[in-house]
Design a protein around this ligand. Structure first.
Ligand SMILES: *[C@@H]1O[C@H](CO)[C@@H](O)[C@H](O)[C@H]1NC(C)=O
Ligand SMILES: *[C@@H]1O[C@H](CO)[C@@H](O)[C@H](O)[C@H]1NC(C)=O
Ligand SMILES: *[C@@H]1O[C@H](CO)[C@@H](O)[C@H](O)[C@H]1NC(C)=O
Ligand SMILES: *[C@@H]1O[C@H](CO)[C@@H](O)[C@H](O)[C@H]1NC(C)=O
Ligand SMILES: *[C@@H]1O[C@H](CO)[C@@H](O)[C@H](O)[C@H]1NC(C)=O
Length: 398
């Protein structure tokens, strides 16, 4: 009996030990920036403290969490690089302020995450790009060598990331850029900049796949979301956009490079007072490529300049070189799109003469326009092949 008891105790011991070990592995270690010298006075540059906290968190072989407590932190341009030894979270409870001196802000990015797997950025805090101090430096529409203003937060070659519960305000340039990434989710995020601020896109992505943007509100001076070459498997659900230039694919084909985009769904979104709604834009230039497998559905438009538009003669600053675009657009479905248009032409398909749009499907469209003399909305089609199903307002031109 004594022997049995001993076995019992040994078993218990082993059991509790293994429970302990499992718990230690599952535990998260915090790396509070304050322990690395961060000062929340809104003036001291905290880049060094943030980078040191990141470095140690990244080296930690369990779950690590860089913790930024409540308070206002001035941070200059920072680059958080992996690979890290375990899953890592960047928790922003505080209010982060970008620099306002040109010598400190003429850079590509403000906060840059690179080469990281299993990253979470969250916390309910604020990223304040302090754009007002910088927008005057943006003269890119007339100066080809215009200074580079920084993106607020950029992800390069990041996989399995989740960005949630953040606010980004007044970026100097784009708010979020996703480049060369796989499986990145952005949810419950609020993005804002004044309607007249230059190039303050909300979220821009290129060469990435598996991107989800959900439960997010974007109010900016440029595109709410822009999808560029090499983007596929994108799911944009429950997004509110406006003011801004809408949810765009492109611009594409300006230079002679390859521009492919596949498998993109925009569902249950609303547009308020935007210049454009759902838009595809390609330059009338030599760039080649294919855009296909797009579904836009359950979308509400309120006072949107061009609710549905494909523009293959995109030219924001004329004059532009002109030759028919060589980007082929095909298999695009617009289903259950309703609301009102801010201009008479609610649907514009200005497709390429040399690569007409193929397999465009318009299903159940109801976009009103109330002209002064009672005229309704219209649609324009150039070089389009496809079909219309269900009720159509404006009358379909396909
Ligand atoms: C980390 O990423 C891998 C895929 O690369 C995934 O299988 C794993 O579940 C992730 N781990 C955690 C803890 O998020
Ligand atoms: C959209 O939002 C509603 C209500 O907030 C939610 O029930 C639904 O799951 C969301 N859809 C997606 C795809 O996130
Ligand atoms: C669509 O979004 C609205 C809020 O914008 C939400 O109330 C509704 O549940 C969503 N529906 C679906 C099917 O996700
Ligand atoms: C719509 O946007 C324009 C500028 O983009 C602004 O002047 C106007 O006040 C906005 N209207 C509403 C109703 O928000
Ligand atoms: C058209 O696009 C949809 C959505 O991405 C896809 O499921 C479908 O297979 C595509 N059809 C063809 C013929 O490529």
């Amino acid at each position: 009996m004594g022997l049995k008891l001993t076995f019992g105790w040994v078993c218990m011991l082993i059991l509790s030990l293994s429970v302990c070990i499992t718990e230690a592995q599952g535990q998260t270690k915090d790396f509070n920036v304050k322990n690395y010298g961060a000062i929340a006075d809104g003036a001291t540059d905290n880049s060094k403290a943030f980078l040191q906290a990141w470095k140690e968190a990244c080296e930690w072989t369990g779950r690590a969490r860089v913790w930024i407590p409540i308070g206002t932190y001035r941070v200059n341009s920072v680059k958080f690089e992996g690979p890290c030894k375990g899953p890592i979270a960047f928790v922003i409870k505080g209010y982060l302020k970008a620099p306002t001196e040109p010598s400190l802000f003429i850079t590509q990015n403000w906060i840059n995450f690179r080469y990281i797997n299993n990253l979470t950025v969250s916390g309910g805090g604020v990223l304040d790009g302090q754009g007002k101090e910088a927008w005057a430096y943006n003269d890119c529409n007339e100066n080809p060598n215009c200074p580079s203003l920084p993106t607020t937060m950029r992800f390069d070659f990041v996989t399995n990331a989740w960005v949630h519960h953040l606010r980004s305000i007044n970026s100097k340039n784009t708010h979020f850029v996703v480049f060369g990434c796989v499986e990145v989710k952005i949810t419950n995020t609020r993005i804002s900049a004044p309607a007249d601020s230059p190039n303050t896109d909300g979220i821009k992505m290129a060469n990435s796949r598996g991107i989800k943007i959900q439960q997010t509100t974007i109010r900016t001076g440029d595109d709410c979301i822009a999808m560029l070459a090499g983007t596929r498997q994108v799911r944009i659900f429950n997004v509110t956009c406006g003011p801004g230039h809408g949810i765009s694919i492109g611009s594409l084909g300006k230079d002679g490079d390859q521009n492919d985009l596949f498998d993109i769904r925009v569902r249950n979104c609303s547009f308020q007072n935007t210049s454009d709604g759902i838009r595809i834009k390609t330059w009338a230039s030599p760039g080649i490529g294919k855009v296909s497998g797009l579904i836009y559905e359950d979308i509400f438009m309120n006072q949107v300049g061009n609710p549905i538009i494909i523009d293959q003669e995109y030219c924001p600053y004329p004059p532009c070189k002109t030759q028919p675009s060589r980007v082929q657009i095909s298999n695009v479905t617009y289903r259950n799109i309703w609301g009102n248009s801010g201009s008479k032409v609610a649907v514009t398909f200005r497709c390429s003469q040399s690569r007409p749009c193929r397999d465009l499907v318009m299903e159940n469209i109801n976009l009103h326009y109330h002209g002064r003399d009672g005229e309704g909305s219209t649609a324009i089609c150039n070089n389009v092949k496809g079909e219309s199903l269900g009720p159509q307002n404006p009358a379909s031109c396909i």
